[in-house]
Design a protein around this ligand. Structure first.
Ligand code: SF4
Ligand code: SF4
Length: 778
């Protein structure tokens, strides 16, 4: 079977689908030498001139830079650095319009040349064989070389492939009309291009090297054949002229007969393709240590006086180049970057030349009909003629792509393999409806790329959200665990028998008590607020709800009865003590104590005489509870006054105070009976037994020794009684509070209970004052 090389040597090539033969118009520039680069007043250098990410800017405004100095580095394989095309000063770093069909603006470095064109230090390496592959790849990467045929793919990535390469194809087809940059580069610099091909041969070690060039470039073909005459595995393949034979997939098919499937890289088929301009840049970088700072640009069109190819510094405004070629812009005609088939119109002439710029067109009105031209035709509806599909080299369905693009149906565009479109413009060229099909495809591609970016951002945001959620959950679990451990440690500490543990226990108990008190206070406040609207009326003895009043009365009666029984139990021992158990012997006692003891005894006796016959009667009165409690407390207070120098009595004094406070709280907790209590608890001035008349009787009755003994016994009994009263009162209050809450009568009672408490407190104070006065008078 005939091999590919044998077939090529025989001059037989495969054909790709479709294609067109537009007017070449290469005669304008193909026979003129490349003009040397001139330095403009200002260079506009976009940071991103390739497919991939932009590099990091390494200079700042005001920096002086040398020719070839790096301006941005890269930390990603898909990022390519940029360099200063000449020496000068960085005057700005700002967003400016870049060469793109969308007219987008991106960050650009503005360099004002100093005119000296001073190079940075370079290391020339005439023999690249002395370098390792890694060093060569590093030089290519540091030189900022990206595909100069138009794609802008980072070259170091393309030539770093580990795949086994069968064919290294050098693309010299340059099929688009008007463009002759590669043609002239081949004519003038074939040896350097061959050096670049040899470097690629050294890196990729392909089985065959094929240079594809269209048959319309006779001078370039001759130069190439002369340069490659001494090489045995490099074949110059002269192919038929047909647009777009310079497309990557199309040229591969022409030379090797293989079709590259959709979504598959040529390297996976063992094929790598490089442009001739890229080969020149590789040689310049590896051998001359020269970064990619200039390129050949075809400046053509019948609107120019001197169309020609020019060495242009990267960043040169197109207006500067067209000015070199005698462009008269008096008619304000538009410029095109790229060829007439794949190029795009520029918004103004200050758009800079970048690494992928191969042509600037300044067409006359009769050359290219355009929307800006008076001779342009207007777009009409698709007539479904199918001519676009016939010429499509990617075998797509351009009319269906058009409809889906107009409908923004991205799913359908994906099914129609929109991204296989090489934007060759052949479909638009043949369209009888003058539809700018490529424009629609570019917009659709940009929208899909934008949507993909948004999807990626959304996915990243989702990942961040999930990570945050998990982190918060972990922190919550850790916090709970930490608190649990701390609680266990605290519990362990408190269980130890140390003073610190006791102190901590006490602190915890105090804290709990404060919390409870706060809760109770809040509850009372809430109840008070709820009952505020009716409190005024109720305090002025308005009749209250019968059911609530009955409940409150029942509680008050039960309480009064209970306290009366307790009082009775307290008084009986005192009677016994007074009548039967007085000690026979006694010691001399201070006069004050003697008097107080007598007063105490008289009070006790009178109280006993009062309580005994009336206990049953007063227990039914709401006032009985308060009066009885008050009397008992008064007795104890008076007794305490007489034994204040005794330690046990001091303790009792505290307990009595506690009992008084509890009685006050209890009075506050009174509900429905408050009104009646307030009415009935009017102070009974005849009740206290500490009147001067009673004291006189006591003075006449007993001896001082007997009184002292009685006092001691009474102090002891009072201590017991006080404790009993305190306990009974606390229990009573608690049960009452529960009952009150259960009966929901506490709203009105709170106010009334406060009144009762105030009355009780006043009564107690008055009684105490009276007692003191009587004691003093004695
Ligand atoms: S060539 Fe134009 S008119 Fe014809 S089918 Fe294609 S888009 Fe429609
Ligand atoms: S521009 Fe796209 S759709 Fe049109 S012919 Fe070229 S590859 Fe086909």
């Amino acid at each position: 079977m005939e091999s590919v090389i044998e077939r090529i040597k025989r001059g037989s090539f495969s054909q790709f689908h479709g294609g067109i033969h537009p007017p070449e118009q290469k005669f304008l520039t193909c026979s003129k030498p490349i003009a040397s680069a001139q330095i403009p007043e200002q260079l506009i250098i976009p940071i991103r001139q390739h497919i991939g990410q932009a590099g990091n800017v390494m200079v700042k405004v005001g920096d002086k830079v040398l020719k070839g100095q790096i301006l941005s580095d890269c930390d990603s394989p898909m990022s390519v650095p940029i360099h200063a095309p000449t020496s000068g000063t960085i005057t700005a770093i700002k967003s400016m319009a870049i060469p793109h069909p969308s007219g987008l603006s991106e960050a650009c470095i503005i360099l004002t040349p100093d005119g000296e064109d001073t190079w940075k230090q370079r290391h020339i390496c005439p023999d690249f064989h002395l370098l390792s592959k890694t060093q060569i790849l590093e030089k290519i990467a540091n030189a900022g070389i990206s595909g100069m045929g138009g794609a802008g793919f980072p070259t170091q990535v393309k030539v770093s492939t580990l795949a086994k390469i069968d064919y290294l194809i050098i693309n010299a087809a340059e099929c688009e009309p008007y463009i002759t940059a590669d043609d002239l580069l081949l004519q003038e610099h074939s040896p350097t291009i061959l050096d670049g091909i040899k470097i690629l041969d050294h890196l990729l070690t392909p089985k065959n090297i094929l240079i594809g060039i269209e048959e319309n470039k006779t001078k370039a073909i001759a130069a190439l054949k002369k340069a490659t005459a001494d090489t045995d595995h490099i074949d110059v393949c002269v192919i038929p002229t047909k647009y777009p034979s310079g497309g990557e997939k199309q040229l591969i098919q022409i030379l090797t007969g293989q079709e590259v499937p959709s979504g598959v890289l040529p390297s996976s088929l063992g094929i790598v393709m490089q442009n001739v301009a890229t080969c020149f840049a590789i040689a310049d970088a590896v051998i001359n240590d020269t970064p990619l700072i200039k390129r050949v640009v075809t400046v053509s069109g019948q609107a120019l006086e001197k169309p020609q190819n020019i060495w242009a510094l990267i960043g040169t405004p197109v207006g500067f180049l067209t000015g070199q070629c005698g462009y008269n812009n008096s008619q304000n005609m538009h410029l095109i970057m790229g060829g007439p088939m794949m190029g795009f119109s520029l918004p103004h002439d200050q758009i800079p030349v970048i690494k992928t710029t191969n042509c600037i067109l300044a067409p006359s009105e009769i050359e290219i009909a355009s929307p800006f031209s008076s001779t342009s035709s207007k777009e009409v509806e698709c007539i479904r003629c199918g001519q676009c599909a016939d010429v499509c080299p990617a075998q797509l369905l351009p009319q269906e792509l058009l409809w889906s693009a107009k409908a923004k149906d991205q799913a359908q565009l994906a099914k129609l393999n929109l991204f296989d479109c090489i934007e060759c413009g052949a479909c638009a060229y043949v369209c009888p409806s003058q539809i700018p099909l490529v424009h629609y495809y570019r917009v659709a591609k940009a929208e899909i790329r934008q949507q993909k970016l948004l999807d990626i951002k959304a996915e990243k945001a989702k990942v961040r959200f999930e990570a945050r959620k998990q982190r918060l959950e972990r922190e919550k679990v850790a916090r709970v665990e930490k608190h649990k451990k701390a609680a266990e440690a605290r519990k362990a500490r408190m269980n130890t028998d140390t003073s610190a543990a006791k102190s901590e226990k006490s602190a915890v108990a105090d804290a709990l008590a404060r919390v409870k008190a706060k809760k109770a206070q809040a509850s009372i406040k809430q109840n008070t607020a709820e009952g505020s609207l009716t409190s005024t009326v109720e305090m002025t003895a308005e009749p209250v709800d019968d059911s609530k009043s009955q409940v409150a009365n029942a509680i008050a009666r039960a309480k009064a009865k209970k306290i009366a029984q307790k009082n009775q139990a307290q008084i009986e021992p005192l009677d016994t003590l007074q009548n039967n158990e007085l000690p026979s012997s006694s010691q001399a006692a201070p006069v004050v104590i003697d008097k107080k003891a007598k007063v105490d005894l008289a009070i006790t006796k009178e109280k006993a005489n009062e309580n005994k016959p009336q206990a049953e009667t007063i227990s039914n009165s709401p006032t009985a509870q308060v009066n009885t409690t008050t009397k008992a407390l008064l007795i104890e207070v008076v007794n305490l006054a007489s034994v204040s120098d005794d330690k046990a009595t001091q303790a009792l004094n505290k307990k009595v105070k506690v009992a008084a406070a509890i009685a006050k709280a209890k009075a506050k907790a009174k509900t429905k009976t408050a009104a009646s209590l307030a009415a009935e608890t009017s102070f009974d001035r005849t009740e206290p037994s500490t009147t001067p008349a009673n004291i006189d009787v006591m003075q006449d009755s007993d001896t001082e020794n007997q009184v002292k003994n009685i006092e001691e016994a009474k102090a002891k009994n009072l201590a017991i009684k006080s404790q009993q009263i305190s306990n009974a009162t606390s229990s009573s209050i608690k049960s009452e509070q529960d009952s009150m809450l259960a009966t929901q009568a506490d709203i009105v009672a709170t106010k009334k209970a406060r009144v009762a408490a105030v009355v009780a407190k006043a009564k107690a104070k008055k009684l105490a004052d009276s007692s003191n006065k009587s004691t003093t008078s004695e």
